[in-house]
Design a protein around this ligand. Structure first.
Ligand SMILES: [Zn+2]
Length: 157
């Protein structure tokens, strides 16, 4: 099992190897705005991590001071944690240093994208999925200043 984060999906990490490709709904939603990624979504299994694992990852992130992780990042790591119990070879393909760091602390296998010759960097914009608010100074997961929904992020075009 290879878990793809948003960058992995957008940058086209989906062609390599025989591993089964997995991601979660949050990643798909972020990648939707990446355009190119949509064509590749076909063979990818979408699984949501159980709340138990999400909580475990959130707790660990707090414990080790990884405050840069978005909700999506947390979900990706939680999914890896969950699947690795059944499939020990599960790995996370990601370009995000905070994800790599926390995953390693949790004993998960990581495939850093940058080490595979992919150097394109993704820049993120924060937006509200409910009312469409967009702007700076807010982080994903914080409440929308206009309507209070939880903010998300998407690749900046
Ligand atoms: Zn809003």
């Amino acid at each position: 099992m290879r878990i793809l984060d948003t960058a992995a999906l957008i940058l086209g990490f989906t062609e390599q190897g025989q591993e089964e490709l997995v991601t979660c709904g949050d990643v798909l939603e972020e990648a939707r705005y990446g355009g190119a990624a949509l064509r590749r979504v076909g063979g990818i299994k979408v699984i949501e991590p159980s709340e138990r694992y999400v909580e475990a990852v959130r707790k660990k992130a707090k414990e080790v001071g990884e405050s840069e992780l978005s909700e999506t990042d947390i979900h990706v790591i939680a999914l890896a944690l969950q699947l690795s119990e059944r499939y020990p070879e599960t790995s996370i393909a990601t370009s995000d240093y905070s994800v790599q760091n926390l995953a390693s602390i949790l004993g998960l296998k990581v495939e850093p994208l940058l080490h595979r010759g992919i150097t394109k960097k993704i820049r993120w914009a924060t937006y509200c999925p409910s009312c469409g608010w967009m702007g700076g100074g807010k982080a994903p997961g914080e409440p929308c200043p206009r309507c209070g929904s939880r903010l998300k992020r998407r690749p900046r075009g």
